[in-house]
Unconditional design. Structure first.
Length: 220
């Protein structure tokens, strides 16, 4: 197992401590979440079921023997566990490297506690080195891209990719994200935007950070 996979596994094991039994559990998407699902499969907590943020996660959860329910059925959730592409000291995030940010943001919005698992490479002082993903309606793709340029960004269409919602994704480089909450509001207001991958209006509640010294938690 690589050093980074060891970090991800350690973060997943620490995040498991936040799982609430006899309830529904929100589960995100990505490589660290894959380790978290492995931990779930080993520890077998009593769950009513899981609410998944992507088709890939749904498939992995079902393969591990967990029931997956829709959020419409499950309702509000006590805990949502996911990773991130970047996190700042206020636990504001960039997510969407895997293109699942719309469903992730919906689940985060109805979860009492959002647990985010990362390794040290994801920690930054200011968000924005990682390109900002923006899911868009196909009809508005070019219009949104021009709006991103006006905001100071350089948008690129993610080639050969559609979200689980069958929408294209723009990856926007070079935006000034010193005020991520304000930028999230501005981008979400652009007609044609489905979701921007800024999680600042609803940041993580708990950051589980795994490094050479093991896993530790940072609470907002």
């Amino acid at each position: 197992m690589s050093k980074q996979d060891q970090y991800k596994r350690a973060a997943a094991e620490a995040a498991f401590e936040y799982v609430v039994e006899d309830e529904y559990l929100g589960v995100g998407t990505g490589s660290t979440v894959n380790h978290f699902i492995d931990v779930l499969a080993e520890k077998r907590p009593r769950l009513k079921g899981c609410v998944s943020s992507s088709e890939a996660t749904t498939a992995q959860l079902k393969k591990a023997g967990f029931q997956v329910e829709t959020l419409n059925f499950a309702g509000d959730l006590p805990v949502y566990v996911d990773g991130a592409d970047e996190v700042n000291p206020r636990l504001e995030l960039i997510k969407g490297g895997g293109g699942a940010m719309t469903r992730e943001k919906i689940i985060a919005s109805v979860s009492e506690r959002f647990i985010c698992m990362v390794d040290p490479s994801k920690q930054v002082d200011v968000l924005g080195a990682f390109p900002l993903p923006v899911e868009v309606i196909e009809m508005g793709r070019s219009a949104v891209a021009r709006a991103m340029v006006r905001l100071g960004g350089s948008p690129e269409l993610r080639q050969g990719f559609s979200s689980d919602n069958d929408n294209p994704v723009l990856d926007v480089y070079g935006l000034d994200l010193t005020d991520p909450k304000a930028m999230e509001t501005r981008i979400n207001a652009i007609p044609g935007v489905v979701t921007v991958g800024l999680f600042a209006a609803r940041p993580a509640d708990v950051l589980v950070l795994a490094d050479n010294s093991g896993a530790r938690t940072i609470t907002r």
